[in-house]
Unconditional design. Sequence first.
Length: 316
Amino acid sequence: MLERVDFRSAQREAFRSDVLEGLGAERKTLPCRWLYDDRGSELFEEITALPEYYPTRTETAILQDKAGAIAAFCGPRAVLVEYGAGAGVKTEILLGALENPALYVPVDIAGDFLAISAERIERRFPYIEIRPVVADFTDDFDLPADLPRLTPRVAFFPGSTVGNLDPLDAIAFLKRVRGHVGETGKAVIGVDLKKDVSTLLRAYDDAAGITAAFNLNLLERINTELGGDFDMGGFAHEARWNAERSAVEMHLVSRKAQSVAIDHRRFDFAAGETIHTESSRKYSHSEFRGLAEAAGWRVGDVWTDADDLFAVIGLT
Ligand code: AVJ
């Protein structure tokens, strides 16, 4: 219990320093990890069901349709290590397809969330041993030393979350994963592919306004958790295509010149000035292959949908 209180207050302080630093910068920015408080996670769940947001349903269908091939790629008696334990349905599809999985190791920064999802997996797959690991997978960390060694380890990173990392961070992450699973290990990674810009922008600016609410929730969070005084009507959600970085960016655009107080500090906004809140990189097949190879992996297998919207990539 004390641990949990410590974790909460440490998170709060990390949020505060990220906000003060990000809004104090020349180009205002906030790390996208803070989008996911309880409300944000709920809104993200709603996003995944939107008609415009193709990634979740497409990736889920690929995992379902290609489950046999993906399981064969992973091999029998796999130790499945999942980075970010929030994938629910996708995890269940893969675990259900694997031949005699030895162990499931979900890694997540949120201990509560980890416990809940581990319980759900345990109910559905009572014969699979589960070893949750509380860690921030964007940081350097080790897996427990006593995991079984004689079976292949398979890293699972669905959701195109790899697209939220800058290329250099993505390479560092993929190298770390290589270290975790070893030379004989494998990885199964969900990657959102390049496509026409209008499809991409619609996916991040839906007609029902759920993505807008998801983005604006970050300002609500600053108001309630850090005592900010953001005027919620003073900012608008915007999705932008950054061609140079091949990324969809979410921004919060100031509708007017205004100033906002947070924690006795003042932040001035010009009309039209934005806070950049998320980048979601889109890769071509060859760009992602280059990234994987730079991290010491080879592309072993690629599974896609008929329209080549999304790829589930098997690395060896
Ligand atoms: C869960 C981070 C992969 O980038 O597509 C959805 C988050 N942001 N709509 C993505 C998100 C806006 C999503 N990821």
